[in-house]
Design a protein around this ligand. Sequence first.
Ligand SMILES: NC(=O)CC[C@H](N)C(=O)O
Length: 314
Amino acid sequence: QNNPIQINKGQEITSEILNRIVEKNRHYTTQGKVADYIPELGKANPSKIGIAVVNAQGKVISSGDVSEKFTIQSISKIIALMIAVQENGEENLYKKLGYFGTDQPFNHFGNLDNNGKPLNPMMNAGAIVTTASIQGEGDLGYQKILAMIRYITKNSAINLNEKVYLSEKETGHRNRGMFHILKNSGLIEGTEDKLDNYFKQCSIEVTAVDLAKIGYFFANNGTRFDGDTTYKNIEIARLIQSQMLTAGMYEFSGEYSRTVGLPSKSGVGGGITVSVPHKMGIGVYSPALDEHGNSLAGYQMIVELSKLYDLSIF
Ligand SMILES: NC(=O)CC[C@H](N)C(=O)O
């Protein structure tokens, strides 16, 4: 556990190295707590742990529980942001949002600026506005998010976890309250279908490998891991990575930018997706969370990998 992992200068990331990172950090899985404010999430097995990397050549390297499915939760916010910006333009969308960080938890009612606008699109308030800004009636907004996740991961089997969706829909009074506050402020148009799309996007099931591919996509200006450039867009990639760095780990983002130094987005399902700009993507899974709602063992593995390979952007 305490033996430092050593690599030679310029050594590539291999599955052996990732195995050692998993083993060294496995003990953290017993120190976190699985989210249970969405009752269905409380059923996750806290001992699961996995890490996947999509390297600069687009090749997947992995170790641990990387075929395990879990819900994407807040990581879906970066996909929703991409689509909302494509459709509305950044300037228009950010009339309803700020570029601020936060010192409050992700679902806090205080994540609004002095004018009542959400601080950023990574906390729930701003994410609900972002998803509501995606055009189309009914569940079209959700369908667009699902299609984009399937495209980025090249995984058409990705789908909704119906139980998690219904569990959040039933118990999501905080998000429902925030939705109505934002609607009252004129920042959301439309019916509760728009909120339902947010619940649905959070319930999309992915693996750590899928998350690494999402990280790679934004790290490489919207080029998919197999080289496809259909959605290449440097400005959208810059926007999304900057928002991930400022607020992707919620109120822990500042400290995280010091210890890891990479644009990242976490979700209460236990996933974290990381972009190493112009290089690679990293996806981790471990559902036992810290007090901020970030995967505890996942975070520790990312710290280790970032230090070992000197990945910080600073
Ligand atoms: N931090 C998260 O992953 C939160 C997402 C979750 N669906 C919620 O709205 O509470």
